[in-house]
Design a protein around this ligand. Sequence first.
Ligand code: MC0
Length: 149
Amino acid sequence: MFMRIDHIGIACHDLEAKIALFSDTFELTVVAREVNEEQGVREAMLHIADGEGGSSYIQLLEPLSPDTPVGKFLAKRGEGVHHVAFGVPDVAEAMERLAGKGVRLLDERPRHGSMGSEIAFAHPKDVGGMLTELVQAAGAPANVKTDRM
Ligand code: MC0
């Protein structure tokens, strides 16, 4: 089902401070910055490596307000790993496969994610406490076929 780890999402209070920390410590480069209103985050993608299955990143997430998923996570657990995102060739198909195994999906249909991707989340309680994200990268085969107009 999975082609790569697409990214590890890290929840933080201060995006600029964490960009400085991660880029200095791990010698990573920021390749994208976005505000995703639907998900309630301001975020940055730091590139790690490119492989056969696609690219991998660290994703730094600052909440837009306390009543968002990342805002609530920070209040409850503090800064740290928020989710693990796996690259899939077709997010709708991966959602069906997980649902068929009894995993609750937090999205009824794919939503817009970082860098033009299509994403969906699976409930952490159904996969060992790990908030799991499925990512179909922009330009992945199923995206090329989709009429996105
Ligand atoms: C909550 N829980 C987690 C968790 N967040 N467990 C592991 N990892 C997390 N990140 C646990 C809580 O501790 C609690 O367990 C139970 O799940 C229910 O949590 P809650 O606090 O009662 O409920 P909510 O309202 O905070 O909802 C949690 C839920 C929500 C995972 C359903 O955060 C959600 O829908 N997340 C998906 C969307 C998302 O996270 N978007 C932000 C990233 P106990 O044992 O205490 O009952 S957006 C993003 O990443 C995009 C931009 C991208 O990648 O492109």
